[in-house]
Design a binder for this molecule. Structure first.
Ligand code: SF4
Length: 173
């Protein structure tokens, strides 16, 4: 039987397991759909604002790769549930001297606007003039952003993560 495609990494000895591609996709595809829905919602207000939203969302992910991942034990390994650890190593050197928890808490706020601006704009627009399609976008955005993505990381992505005790994301609730 053909062996399933799995990642192999030079820092495997530090993070023992490797993450199957399917799990990495499961972790990333909902976020991509979220950003697309967010762009559609904000673009109803003004297409330029929608463009700003998607550019900011990309910037937020880059900031995460550059500012948070280099302090993580999964940096430059393929045991990172969402694959960011591997990408981050292509963009910046490993960073030390600060506690991962503190770095995570100090920088995770960069992504908050990506989660909160679309439902806020969507609610404002729906109160101004109701549109069934816009309502569907806003409801879908909230289900994916505040239910599906946290559930996937809790039940799949981060469930078997060796460093979840140290991770503010997993210890927030
Ligand atoms: S587990 Fe989180 S912080 Fe660590 S490399 Fe992956 S995405 Fe970055």
């Amino acid at each position: 039987m053909k062996e399933k495609r799995r990642f192999v990494s030079t820092n495997q000895e530090r993070c023992r397991k490797s993450i199957p591609l399917a799990l990495v996709l499961l972790d990333n595809v909902p976020t991509l759909i979220l950003f697309i829905l967010g762009t559609l919602i904000v673009s109803v207000l003004n297409p330029l604002y929608g463009t700003f939203y998607i550019i900011y969302s990309a910037f937020g992910i880059f900031w995460f790769w550059a500012k948070i991942c280099p302090y993580c034990a999964h940096y430059d390994t393929l045991s990172c549930p969402c694959g960011y650890g591997f990408i981050s190593a292509k963009l910046s050197k490993r960073k030390t001297g600060k506690e991962f928890k503190k770095v995570f808490r100090a920088n995770i706020g960069i992504l908050f606007p990506c989660w909160f601006i679309p439902p806020a704009v969507g609610t404002y627009l729906l109160l101004d003039y109701f549109s069934f399609y816009l309502l569907i976008y806003v409801v879908l955005f909230c289900i994916i952003g505040f239910l599906i993505i946290p559930l996937i990381s809790k039940l799949a992505g981060c469930r078997n993560c060796e460093i979840k005790e140290d991770c503010p994301w997993m210890n927030k609730c």
